[in-house]
Design a protein around this ligand. Structure first.
Ligand code: GDP
Ligand code: MG
Length: 364
């Protein structure tokens, strides 16, 4: 005898839930009884060398002028786009990374699974498409990749070994020649982008209402001062602690720890909470990406570490390096210093020399 499910016979729970066993699956279906909707949201990441045309491409997507004078992107610029998909709307959040060399390393923090990647190339001599494709492969799981060959007005002869790359990197969905400047090929690319967005697999995963509730609470409400909306100037809006996340989940009826973890993984891949469950002892759930990149940037570029030839003594030096110097600087509470040290270690930006000292090769 087979198992019959009433109604929709094929409602897929997320794999993470299946992995957590029978009880987790039952809980998931139970929570769906209170109402459910497909997630319909996806993070779109633009990667590639500085000045390849990432920001220009985003502007084309938003129907803005590309005037040939785009200022360098600083840090990370996130722009929200929506596109109709039948009765639903898909929310696509474009993550446009700044091109400074030093920032490449910190971009890795944000390369997520269950996303859509756009690799922008411009045919310069020293371009390394495989460097980027490997990076996406390492961090992106089986997220689809669109490879854009930009600036065909300037480098019309440039071409890639498409067959070779496609066989080696299975996530590549296609190659698109265009010019953000003249507009040639951009319309076709936009049509393809929309189709690819609709085809992203996790969009259809049904989210229980409680999951949406948690999502919108961590997105909108300052976790520490619940009466105010998230704002850049509120020092509490940059991160929450594990316990605060757990409380929000509990209040929304998600009491099971494995379900809380499944949800935070989704929120991580959507770019809403940055959280690495494999960093031990770290209970920081980051809400503001720049809060993290800015700290790492400050550390790696500090004159203190330059003077000590790449050696960092966190306990002594971080209070100086991460000190809030102006009112607009991010605030880093001392108990968070360890988070940045562990994060840099995880992404191989630093290596332990001994118990109290760390080496930062990038600062040598
Ligand atoms: P990003 O660093 O990857 O974000 O690159 P930008 O979008 O800022 O573009 C870098 C420079 O290249 C800017 O001056 C753009 O105007 C220019 N640019 C972008 N797309 C094209 C293109 O298709 N053709 C030409 N000739 N220039 C372009
Ligand atoms: Mg840019």
């Amino acid at each position: 005898k087979g198992i019959f499910l009433q109604g929709n016979p094929f409602e897929n729970p997320p794999v993470e839930i299946i992995r957590n066993g029978r009880e987790a699956v039952i809980n998931y279906f139970r929570s769906l009884e209170d109402g459910k909707e497909p997630l319909n949201e996806v993070k779109v990441l633009l990667v590639g060398e500085g000045s390849a045309g990432k920001t220009s491409l985003v502007k084309r997507v938003f129907g803005e002028e590309v005037d040939g004078n785009e200022p360098q992107t600083q840090g990370i610029n996130i722009r929200k786009w929506t596109v109709k998909n039948g009765d639903w709307e898909i929310k696509a959040n474009f993550w446009d990374f700044g091109g400074q060399e030093i920032m490449h390393a910190t971009h890795q923090f944000f390369l997520s699974k269950r996303s859509l990647y756009i690799l922008v190339l411009d045919g310069r001599k020293d371009e390394k498409p495989e460097y980027w494709l490997k990076l996406i492969e390492n961090f992106g799981g089986d997220s689809p990749v669109l490879v854009v060959i930009n600036k065909i007005d300037e480098n019309p002869a440039f071409e890639l070994n498409r067959k070779f790359l496609r066989e080696k990197y299975r996530s590549i969905r296609g190659f698109y020649r265009l010019s953000c400047k003249s507009g040639e090929g951009t319309k076709d690319f936009l049509n393809i982008l929309v189709e690819e967005l609709k085809a992203v697999k996790h969009l259809e995963i049904k989210w229980p209402k409680s999951w949406f509730n948690v999502k919108s609470r961590v997105e909108k409400i300052c976790p520490t001062c619940p009466s105010i909306e998230v704002s850049d100037s509120c020092e509490h809006c940059n991160f929450i602690e594990y316990n605060e996340y757990k409380t929000i989940c509990d209040e929304e009826g998600i009491k099971n720890e494995s379900e809380q973890n499944t949800l935070v993984d989704f929120l991580h891949d959507l770019g809403i909470i940055l959280h690495f469950r494999d960093i031990p002892l770290l209970n920081t759930y980051v809400l503001e990406p720049q809060w993290v990149t800015n700290a790492v940037y400050k550390i790696v570029n500090s004159k203190e570490i330059a003077e000590s030839r790449g050696v960092l003594i966190p306990d002594v030096m971080l209070p100086v390096i991460l000190k809030q110097k102006t009112e607009t600087d991010y605030y880093y509470p001392p108990y968070q210093y360890g988070f940045f040290v562990s994060l840099m270690k995880k992404f191989e930006l630093s290596y332990d020399l001994d118990n109290s000292t760390v080496l930062l090769p990038a600062s040598l």
